[in-house]
Design a protein around this ligand. Structure first.
Ligand SMILES: [Zn+2]
Length: 241
C-alpha cells in the first residue's frame, strides 16, 4: 500500500530539516543555490557519490541508462559503503540543475520514506495530531529513480520535498515582501539562477505555494464571513422588538 503524505506535512518536514541544518552549522543565513549534498551529509550522515552507473557490473539487473540516481540507506552497501546517495554521471539528461534536484529528491526519499519516528512523526503530529509512536519506514533496501516512474506517489512526494528544500517557502515570501507571488513570474530567470533550479521546478514550486496561499485566503474568508454573519445577526437581534 502506498502511504499518502499531505503536501503540508512534506513542506513541514523539509523546513524542519533545513532548520536542523541551520542549527548544526550555526549559520542561520543559508546560501543559495543550496549545497544539498552538504545538507544531507550534515543532518542524515548521507554521502553523495557521483558514479557512472552504466559501467557498474554489480547493477546488471537495473536499467542504469534510464536511472538518474539512487539511494543506499543504512546497512545496504554499495562498493562497501552504506548511507549513500548515488548520482549517475552516465545519465544523458544530467545538468548541474538536474543534479542538484536529483540529490534533493534522493534526500527526500530518505527523509520521508526511510526514517521512522523523529522529525517525520513530529511533522505529522503537529498538523494531523496523530500518535507520535515511531512507525516503521515505508521503504527499505536500495532504491533507484528513473523518469518513467515520476508519477508514482512516492516519487511525487520525494520531488515535492526536493522543491521545498531547494526553494524554501520563507525565502520566497521574503523576496515578495507580501503574499502576492504573481510578480515573481517576471523574475523567473533570476530566481532559477538564485536557487539553482530549472524553470520547470521553479514554476511548479510557485504554483504549489500559490495554491497553499489560496487555500489560506479561502479559509480566512470563511472565518471572516462567519464573524460578519455573527455580527449581522447580533445587530438584527438588537433591532428585533
Ligand atoms: Zn525517486
Amino acid at each position: 500500500m502506498v502511504e499518502f503524505i499531505p503536501k503540508q506535512v512534506i513542506q513541514k518536514v523539509a523546513e524542519q530539516d533545513l532548520w536542523r541544518y541551520r542549527s548544526y552549522t550555526g549559520d542561520f543565513n543559508l546560501e543559495f543555490p543550496l549545497n544539498v549534498g552538504d545538507v544531507f551529509q550534515c543532518i542524515f550522515g548521507l554521502q553523495t557519490d557521483f558514479i557512472d552507473l552504466t559501467q557498474e557490473e554489480s547493477l546488471k539487473g537495473v536499467s542504469t541508462q534510464n536511472t538518474w540516481g539512487g539511494l543506499y540507506p543504512e546497512k545496504c552497501f554499495f562498493q562497501g559503503k552504506d548511507k549513500v546517495i548515488l548520482i549517475n554521471t552516465g545519465y544523458t539528461g544530467m545538468t548541474e540543475e538536474f543534479c542538484r534536484f536529483a540529490i534533493a529528491h534522493a534526500g527526500g526519499h530518505y527523509a520521508l520514506h526511510y526514517r521512522a519516528g523523529g522529525a517525520f512523526n513530529a511533522g505529522w503530529d503537529d498538523i494531523l495530531r496523530v500518535s507520535s509512536e515511531p512507525t516503521t519506514p515505508l521503504l527499505c533496501g536500495p532504491l533507484f529513480c528513473n523518469p518513467l516512474e515520476i508519477h508514482h506517489p512516492l516519487e511525487i512526494q520525494a520531488s515535492y520535498y526536493a522543491a521545498a528544500i531547494l526553494v524554501p517557502r520563507g525565502e520566497i515570501f521574503r523576496l515578495t515582501g507580501g503574499p502576492n507571488l504573481l510578480d515573481l513570474y517576471h523574475h523567473e530567470n533570476e530566481l532559477c539562477h538564485k536557487f539553482g533550479v530549472s524553470r520547470q521546478i521553479l514554476e511548479l514550486r510557485l504554483q504549489h505555494l500559490e495554491a497553499e496561499l489560496e487555500a489560506d485566503r479561502r479559509s480566512n474568508q470563511r472565518f471572516y464571513s462567519l464573524s460578519e454573519f455573527a455580527k449581522n445577526l447580533e445587530s438584527i437581534e438588537k433591532l428585533a422588538p
